[in-house]
Design a protein around this ligand. Structure first.
Ligand code: PAF
Length: 288
């Protein structure tokens, strides 16, 4: 496993590989898995998929400061680089790791660019985490310039992020295929997330309410109105004072706009954000 801490050495190594392949008449495929570390099986499933579909895989580990709208959240974000590296090494020694410091990515200008994601950025997370998607767009644009991946892999747990990244590359004509990968879950249904590491044992158990509510909504989707489903979920959360619902929404999967009524030939997904103490978790589930 080769670890690069600067974009210079990483780009040199990747150009060498690309040029050698070109000389041999081959099209060299680079898979890219961007992460903020604190890796779990969900991340590892992205890496395994990328390994199946590419000649080489680059994994970045970088807690991106510009996508945090809350300095406490940035400070408390779990950082476990040694464990991350050993998990990755456990999969294969053939990975390229990019583990930069903030300066290597941003220089002296640790700021986001402003993006127009054609309205996707104003829904759900966009309402509650101002500037978050500008930070994600900024760092990913930089990563895509450095790595020049053929395909980049993202988990569906951050479904809004996945749709926004697809929009980012389409609008800016960035030549990379964005691959969405299914959510991996703990035994109690909780979606795997780096933030789960901050939950107490009790909070971890209580957090299964998120999954249970999404499942209930999926089961009742055909027989209940959206207004009724909203009410059912609100009530479930009111019954548990250890978990605070920030939002529950049923939204159009493509536009991410809140659905008030069901329309024909439209795909819907349910989305939840909830707090257990200071820890904010999100999850989602397709409904039809
Ligand atoms: O999903 C994440 O972990 C981050 O938003 C990403 C895509 C690595 C960008 O910092």
């Amino acid at each position: 496993m080769v670890i690069h801490t600067t974009k210079e050495t990483l780009t040199q190594a990747l150009s060498l590989k690309r040029n050698n392949a070109r000389k041999a008449g081959k099209n060299y495929k680079i898979g890219f898995v961007p992460t903020m570390g604190a890796l779990h099986e969900g991340h590892l499933s992205l890496v395994l998929k990328a390994l199946e579909e590419n000649d080489v895989v680059v994994v970045s580990i970088f807690v991106n400061p510009t996508q945090f709208n809350n300095s406490n959240d940035l400070e408390k974000y779990p950082r476990t680089p040694e464990k991350d590296l050993s998990l990755l090494e456990g999969i294969t020694k053939d990975l390229i790791i990019y583990l930069p410091q903030v300066f290597d990515i941003y220089g002296d200008d640790v700021a986001s660019k402003q993006y127009d994601f054609e309205g996707l950025e104003f829904e759900m997370e966009g309402k509650h985490r101002k500037g978050h998607f500008d930070g994600v767009g900024t760092v990913l644009t930089k990563f895509f310039q450095i790595v020049e991946p053929t395909k980049a892999y993202f988990g569906e747990k951050d479904f809004q992020q996945l749709q926004i990244v697809k929009k980012l590359v389409a609008v800016n004509k960035i030549p990379v295929e964005i691959v969405g990968c299914p959510i991996l879950r703990e035994e109690n249904g909780l979606a795997m997330s780096s933030r789960n590491a901050r939950l107490t044992k009790q909070q971890f158990e209580e957090a299964s309410l998120i999954y249970k509510s999404l499942t209930e909504v999926r089961e009742k989707f055909d027989s209940h109105s959206i207004a009724d489903l909203n009410k059912i979920v609100a009530e479930r959360f009111l019954q548990n004072e250890d978990i605070q619902l920030e939002y529950f929404e049923i939204a159009n999967e493509d536009t991410l706009k809140t659905a008030l009524e069901k329309a024909n030939a439209t795909k819907y997904r349910a989305f939840i954000a909830a707090f257990l103490g200071e820890v904010r978790l999100i999850d989602n589930m397709p409904l039809n």
